[in-house]
Design a protein around this ligand. Structure first.
Ligand SMILES: C=C(O[C@@H]1C=C(C(=O)O)C=C[C@H]1O)C(=O)O
Length: 100
């Protein structure tokens, strides 16, 4: 079934909010990666490993609790964090290879 030619006003309104939220997520992620890139350089300088499983365990516990209180599926919150952190660690390994 294709999308209607003239979508209802409520759908358009909701989609406008979704677009704003997606834009905010992109800016928030960009800012997070700006921080994690700096962490990657600090770790390479100090000879610290790219991944920190203890820190990740704390973040998972915190985000799962926040998700529950926000009525968001905690399993989804954990998967999302893992997806982002995996990319961060990939960047940290690349920085360590270049600078270490
Ligand atoms: C950013 C760090 O490096 C890695 C990435 C993390 C993250 O993206 O939050 C957390 C822990 C580390 O595995 C860090 O150690 O703080």
């Amino acid at each position: 079934m294709s999308a209607p030619a003239d979508p209802p006003a409520e759908l358009l309104d909701l989609r406008a909010s979704i677009d704003n939220i997606d834009a905010a997520l992109v800016y928030l992620l960009a800012e997070r990666f700006r921080c994690t890139q700096r962490v990657g350089h600090l770790k390479a300088q100090q000879g610290l490993p790219p991944a920190d499983p203890d820190r990740e365990a704390q973040q998972i516990a915190r985000l799962r609790a926040l998700a529950e209180s926000a009525d968001l599926d905690p399993a989804f919150a954990e998967k999302f964090l893992a997806f982002v952190v995996e990319e961060v660690i990939r960047h940290h390994r690349a920085i360590a290879d270049q600078e270490g």
